[in-house]
Design a protein around this ligand. Structure first.
Ligand code: SAH
Ligand code: SF4
Ligand code: F3S
Length: 476
């Protein structure tokens, strides 16, 4: 999740080390997060739960009493990275035996006790719904036992926990609105690692966003595996649970959050093509502060592959949703996720993905080779039979094409003025600031008199496929 902190980097599985906070004398917690924005957001919940036990976070693993690694299982290579990292910590324990090493998140849920028993890599295993139990689990380890809690819950949303912000920006933040996923896409491990979908109380979401705004944050990204299925006080079939209380759907939740302040930008991720309604699109169009950017993963351009993936929509349906976005929110940026080499994918089916890319011309895409995951529907039903080199060639082909599309998309800003929220210094130079425009494109410019958290107008003079470069025109 960075969640986006760079959501981009997070989604690519980059590790982010959590930043230091407070009390030099208390116990020290070091957290490292992998995977999606949800994990990054959860690490902040964990820091909050443990802060009540006297822990402050540190960026220096050398001074840590407890090390927690929040992990991802989405593809095999995500797990391999974590295993290498855990082996490192295992070695560290040889000369620091009192160090507690714990594994959190999706790998913890998937592998459960195996990580303690067979692989002997860690002292503590806590699944995504058991973080309230961490103080007890750490205590159990302290008394010489190995500790595990991987129970999944139907209602845990950590709604009442005010996360401790671990990123340095102080300007942009992730806010979870749902947990789990009920979709069962055949390739995906998330329903097994995160459990059933549940929505968080809208009042607590509003409160968290309002508090962030009051503390100087200027952008929130509402997070869920499928934000369009957010529903409060309603069953999955749309029946009202408690007739004396109001119901809230995703469109209504966005209205509520957009009303906090015109100065607070709202983003959201991830939208699902089968559930994204025109009502949601109209809310985006209506509110200046709801960003014109939708991440709408398609996975494949071929309807038969989409059926095997159990995605719940066809190529035509997806194109209809793209048309709806362009009709209701002209100029809206759209990005996607694509998987190459899914089970039985033929050359013709792959060509349908290429043709869909040419038809939609996404502004940006995350692209992956299919990686078979244990227990998923695809693992049980189909053969992972596209050879590795073919998966790789198809991936290279779509990456090369997307590169051209991303560059073209960014070229449309040349000579125009874009509104950017300043997030902080650019990676390359302390004299430049970096932020994103409404459409989520990273924009870099010489900082002038602007400061972090300002909205500024930038005239775009150059661009790459990933970045806009420009000059500061006005501080708003
Ligand atoms: N809930 C989001 C996706 C979360 S996972 C959605 O439905 O869009 C992020 C992305 O990882 C997916 O969109 C998919 O493109 C990719 N992914 C998931 N499982 C994968 C697998 N087994 N192999 C390769 N890529 C996978
Ligand atoms: Fe996985 Fe599909 Fe749920 Fe996304 S919607 S998390 S891809 S099962
Ligand atoms: Fe996220 Fe990875 Fe789990 S993508 S939900 S951390 S499997």
């Amino acid at each position: 999740m960075d969640l986006n902190k760079e959501i981009d980097e997070a989604r690519q599985g980059e590790a982010t080390v959590i930043q230091p906070e407070g009390d030099p004398n208390g116990k020290k917690l070091y957290v490292e997060s992998y995977g999606c924005a949800m994990n990054f957001s959860d690490s902040e919940v964990v820091a909050s739960i443990l802060s009540k036990e006297g822990y402050s976070t540190t960026r220096d693993v050398e001074e840590a009493d407890v090390v927690l690694i929040n992990t991802c299982s989405i593809r095999e290579n995500a797990e391999q990275r974590v295993r290498r990292r855990l082996t490192n910590f295992k070695n560290r324990k040889k000369h620091q035996p009192e160090l507690v090493v714990g594994i959190l998140g999706c790998m913890a849920e998937r592998l459960k006790k195996n990580l303690l028993e067979e692989e002997k890599l860690v002292d503590l295993v806590a699944g995504p719904d058991s973080y309230r139990d961490l103080p007890n689990l750490i205590e159990e380890v302290g008394s010489g036992q190995k500790a595990v809690n991987v129970l999944l819950s139907r209602d845990e949303t950590y709604a009442d926990i005010s996360p401790i912000k671990l990123d340095q920006s102080g300007i942009v933040s992730f806010v979870s609105i749902t947990r789990g996923c009920d979709n069962m896409c055949s390739f995906c491990v998330v329903p097994f690692t995160r459990g059933r979908e549940r929505s968080r109380d809208p009042e607590t979401i509003h409160k968290e966003c309002k508090d962030l705004f009051d503390r100087g944050y200027r952008e929130v990204t509402l997070l869920g595996q499928n934000v369009d299925s957010y529903r409060w006080n309603m069953t999955s079939k749309g029946e009202i649970k408690d007739i004396d209380k109001p119901t809230t759907n995703f469109a209504q939740l966005m209205e509520l959050i957009a009303g906090i302040s015109p100065e607070l930008r709202i983003r959201f991720s991830t939208s699902h093509p089968k559930d994204m309604t025109d009502e949601v699109l109209k809310v985006i169009a209506k509110h200046e502060n709801v960003c014109n950017y939708i991440h709408l993963p398609v996975q494949s351009g071929n309807t038969e592959v989409l059926k095997r993936m159990n995605r719940g929509y066809s190529r035509e349906w997806y194109l209809d949703r793209i048309a709806a976005i362009r009709r209701i929110i002209p100029g809206c940026a759209i990005s996607t996720d694509l998987i190459t080499g899914f089970c039985d994918e033929t050359d013709e089916e792959h060509q349908d993905t290429i043709s869909l890319m040419k038809e939609v011309k996404w502004d940006f895409a995350y692209m992956y080779k299919y990686s078979e995951r244990p227990k998923t529907l695809a693992e049980r039903r189909f053969d992972d039979n596209v050879p590795e080199d073919k998966k790789g060639k198809r991936l290279t082909e779509i990456i090369d094409l997307q590169q051209i599309h991303s560059l073209e998309a960014n070229q449309r800003y040349l000579g125009t003025t874009v509104k950017v929220l300043v997030e902080g210094p650019s990676k390359r130079s302390q004299d430049d600031f970096s932020g994103r425009n409404d459409e989520n494109v990273k924009t870099v410019f010489p900082k002038g008199d602007s400061k972090k958290g300002d909205y500024v107008l930038v005239e775009v003079t150059e661009c790459t496929a990933a970045t806009l470069i420009g000059k500061l025109i006005k501080i708003l």
